[in-house]
Design a protein around this ligand. Sequence first.
Ligand code: KIV
Length: 272
Amino acid sequence: MSIHNPDIKRVTTHTIQELKNKGEKISALTAYDYSMAQVVDAAGVELILVGDSASNVMAGHETTLPITLDQMIYHASSVVRGVKRALVIVDLPFGSYQGNSTEALRSAIRIMKESGAHAVKMEGGLEIKESIVRILSAGVPVMGHLGLTPQSIYKFGTYAVRAKEEAEAQKLIEDAHMLEDIGCFGIVLEKIPAALTKTVSKSLTIPTIGIGAGPDADGQILVIHDLLGITNEFKPRFLRRYADLHKIMTEAIAHYVDDVKINDFPNEKEAY
Ligand code: KIV
């Protein structure tokens, strides 16, 4: 059962701004393939992120760094084919935009042209301002991402909560305002103190989407594999599991193995 708004036929960046304006929370989830995107979209999620977390949950890498632009485009185009209503946002992967703004624009254009997605997301603040401005000026909507930015994991050294100290919190607030001023349509806030999320979200006009950032972001996002309990070893405090699909799927597959072994599958009705 979902309480999603059936009046929204197609979610755009304007729709999510309207949701913030009227105080309605925004739901967001990741998806990386056609079938899952169909399910997530049909359930009423407004924003579907083709996250570079595909590097972790789809490819089994330890970090998000290895995934390539071509691989992101493959995931994104599969998701786009499965979505009728949600706004599809795609992560620019590590190495595809940090070099210079020309390279950043080229990467964003490839994503938009080759996948049919509706927007891109980029990690960072002032240090990537020029690239974001260049992409925005080409008419591509950009979502920012501040706080724990996993593409910088080797700089941080840990996945612990960010911006607990005053100086980092202050920089995050300045970066958030800069992203709003240059025209980003929203900002993901990852793993920061709830009080900071509240301050930032209240002071911005554009919506914030939190993950591990407390209840006061304008919306929430989770990695779909975590929400469904497909990944069963990742247990951060912020995660609420809505199902234990790891168990359900393992049991179903074990049942199938048994049926094959005892020659119960296929039976007469399942044969031609
Ligand atoms: O890649 C990703 O899945 C993300 C979300 C966790 C926000 O960036």
